[in-house]
Design a protein around this ligand. Structure first.
Ligand SMILES: Nc1ncnc2c1ncn2[C@@H]1O[C@H](COP(=O)(O)OP(=O)(O)OP(=O)(O)O)[C@@H](O)[C@H]1O
Ligand SMILES: [Mg+2]
Length: 271
């Protein structure tokens, strides 16, 4: 029924229904973030010990290899073991990166454009990928840990590239965003910086959309399922929000909204 034909009571009931729905979403969000925080501590601790043990294994394999002639029958076995240990080390590093220790390491006023350009250049270097970086002039600065925001952006860009094995276009966009009352992005009104990563990849089926931010959810043979939970965790710790929209066979768009630094309405820091 169109809004203008409804009675005042009906409209008030509708507003209450929407407020309840927002409340439920916020509660779900809080639960997810609390679960993530607990997991970060646990996973980080295990990954740290695992990494130390691995260093011992790797060091000894390398020493043993040096004591053998390259043509020795065991040399190839040791070389394969070394490669497997290096792969395990990469996994441990991913898990360690997932542990943000609750607090943000180095939150300061930063300009996002150079960070966005550096990360995009670093990840989107393949000749099969058409890179589009569209950053609005005078982008407001944010109060953030640049390393973590860079990590979040990398995770999104890596996913975008992985969703397009045959290649295609990946766009990173950034613009200033003023949010009014009514909780768009489920955020309070104010000044924000909006970032989006768009791809033309496989897209995400509706039944998976609910799960992609759950730790360890992956559809990739060698994925860990920690990329998007890290993004959510980082952005939440900066007081922001993450949104996703996707159509199977067409592509996906991940949006990050971060609060602008106070007094952020002047472009400030250089681009
Ligand atoms: N841009 C995208 N296009 C299509 N599917 C995506 C995209 N981004 C994420 N997904 C889906 O969400 C899942 C979870 O992503 P996430 O980044 O958390 O883990 P992963 O990429 O599988 O592994 P990892 O990031 O640890 O290497 C992916 O396995 C994939 O199914
Ligand atoms: Mg990923």
């Amino acid at each position: 029924m169109p809004l203008e034909t409804r009675s005042r009571d009906e409209l008030i009931a509708e507003i209450h229904r929407l407020e309840d729905a927002i409340g439920r979403f916020e509660h779900e969000d809080r639960n997810k973030v609390e679960k993530l925080n607990a997991m970060e501590v646990l996973v980080g601790g295990i990954a740290h010990d695992f990494n130390n043990i691995l260093c011992g294994i790797l060091g000894n394999i390398s020493l043993a290899r040096m004591q053998l002639e390259p043509c020795h029958g065991a040399a190839l076995r040791l070389e394969e073991s070394e490669k497997a240990a290096v792969r395990a080390g990469e996994l441990a590093r991913k898990l360690l990166a997932f542990n943000f220790g609750g607090e943000l390491a180095a939150k300061k006023r930063i300009a996002l454009p150079p960070l966005i350009r550096d990360v995009a250049l670093f990840i989107l270097h393949s000749s099969r990928i058409e890179r589009v970086v569209d950053v609005a002039d005078g982008l407001w600065p944010v109060e953030a840990d640049g390393g973590q925001i860079g990590q979040a952006l990398s995770n999104l860009l890596i996913n975008a590239v992985q969703a397009m094995p045959e290649g295609g276009r990946v766009a990173v966009r950034a613009a200033n965003l003023h949010l009014e009352y009514g909780k768009p992005y489920r955020l309070p009104p104010g000044d924000y910086v909006w970032l989006a990563v768009e791809d033309e990849g496989s897209g995400i089926p509706p039944e998976d959309l609910q799960k992609i931010f759950d730790p360890y959810f992956t559809t990739k043979p060698s994925g860990t399922g920690l990329g998007l939970p890290s993004v959510l965790s980082i952005v939440k710790k900066h007081g922001g929000a993450v949104e996703v929209s996707s159509t199977v066979g067409v592509g996906s768009r991940f949006e990050i909204v971060l609060p602008a630094a106070s007094g952020g309405v002047s472009p400030g820091l250089g681009e």
